[in-house]
Design a protein around this ligand. Structure first.
Ligand SMILES: Nc1ncnc2c1ncn2[C@@H]1O[C@H](COP(=O)(O)OP(=O)(O)O)[C@@H](O)[C@H]1O
Ligand SMILES: [Mg+2]
Length: 359
């Protein structure tokens, strides 16, 4: 019998459009022989819709106007384990074996949806509630990983309310601790470079804090690392695979939203142009970080290799990395001889084998 796989896409996130591209790519690569694919789109305003249209319409965003769309909810009731679909007066239930939340950023990658799925008792791909939430929050990730000896960029963090009360004191603390510009300003919870600025002086710093505050009330300011940008894909629950290391070469400044998804202003090198002993070390740190954060299923761990001293610095962990056809995670796994269709089979079986207490 075919497994019923629920792919959720879109979402109330600044990364809604990327999710559409990732989901279209995922759906295209799910085996029709093995799976009965059920699609649910979440609009930017939070409406859940059972969708029966084409993959192309997901990509373009036209899916949300499809005439056959029906309101649908995941049942939190464990005796149901499925989707409740509402067709005017009629209610029907579609059973679900595994959920693939192909959502990025807020409300999809940050533990909230994972919490709902854990309550529902339906297995799902990726990290659990706590690890998703901890990976999403850059300040929390920093506090946890620093504690196990993983090197991170120096940072100062604060709440925007504190800044509003006493901006001069916070600026002083930043300049005293981080010493020199340029600096990176980031919302603690965000993604795809939204709300992130690279600032060269105090004036730009002040502006960037307001920009970051539009995304999150918790803000961090970080020293700027000059070096290579490297990424490692990790797969597994207990027996883990760390991929070859990939390198991003941003061709105009930093790897911002446009460079990531919209234009071709960055080049990917797989494997990265680094020595073997450094990539071994990166894989080792990636596994340590994955375990420490309690990740399951998959995560992409991002690093810098600082030019001046070859120091490996962990930047961030993405618990639901991009799955578009130009995304690093599927490319790295492909290099490990796990093409996307096989990768999806593996992620589904990892979801099914994951224990409730696995985090
Ligand atoms: N401390 C830093 N030094 C140098 N570049 C950075 C630093 N922090 C972020 N960047 C650049 O900004 C991009 C986005 O930052 P990142 O922390 O990865 O946030 P996001 O969650 O939005 O991907 C990175 O891919 C990198 O190009
Ligand atoms: Mg990033």
């Amino acid at each position: 019998m075919k497994n019923h796989i629920l792919v959720i896409f879109g979402g109330m996130s600044r990364e809604h459009e990327i999710s559409l591209l990732s989901a279209a790519n995922v759906i295209k690569h799910l085996s029709e022989e093995k799976y009965n694919v059920i699609m649910v789109g979440i609009t930017k305003s939070g409406q859940w819709m059972r969708y029966r249209g084409s993959v192309e319409d997901i990509k373009s965003g036209a899916w949300s106007d499809h005439p056959l769309n029906l309101t649908a909810n995941i049942s939190q009731d464990r005796s149901i384990k499925g989707l409740i679909v509402l067709d005017e007066e009629k209610v029907s239930i579609e059973p679900v074996d595994v959920v693939i939340p192909v959502l990025h950023g807020k409300n999809g990658e940050d533990g909230k949806l994972q919490g709902l799925l854990e309550i529902s008792g339906i297995p799902f791909v990726g990290c659990g509630t706590a690890s998703s939430a901890n990976c999403m929050d850059k300040v929390i990730t920093d506090i946890i990983l620093r504690n196990v000896g993983i090197k991170k960029a120096n940072l100062v963090w604060f709440y925007f309310k504190e800044y509003e009360k006493n901006p001069e004191e916070i600026i002083k603390k930043i300049e005293l601790n981080l010493k020199k510009y340029p600096l990176f300003v980031k919302p603690s919870n965000s993604g795809s470079s939204v709300g992130i600025s690279h600032v060269k002086n105090r004036e730009e710093l002040k502006e960037a804090i307001f920009l970051a505050a539009e995304e999150d009330h918790k803000i961090l300011v970080e020293e700027s690392i000059d070096g290579k940008e490297l990424e490692c894909a990790v797969l597994g629950n207990k027996d883990l695979i760390a991929s070859v290391v990939g390198e991003i070469e941003p061709l105009n400044g930093f790897y911002d939203y446009n460079a990531k998804y919209l234009d071709n202003t960055s080049a990917l090198h797989i494997p990265a142009r680094i020595d073997d002993n450094i990539s071994d070390k990166i894989r080792e740190i990636a596994l340590k970080a994955y375990k420490t954060m309690g990740c399951t299923g998959l995560a992409r761990i991002d690093f810098f290799l600082r030019s001046k001293d070859n120091e490996i610095i962990l930047n961030e962990i993405n618990s639901l990395p991009g799955f578009t056809d130009i995304s690093m995670y599927p490319k790295l796994m492909d290099k490990m001889k796990i093409p996307l269709n096989k990768l999806l089979d593996k992620l589904i079986s990892l979801a099914l084998e994951r224990d409730e207490n696995d985090g």
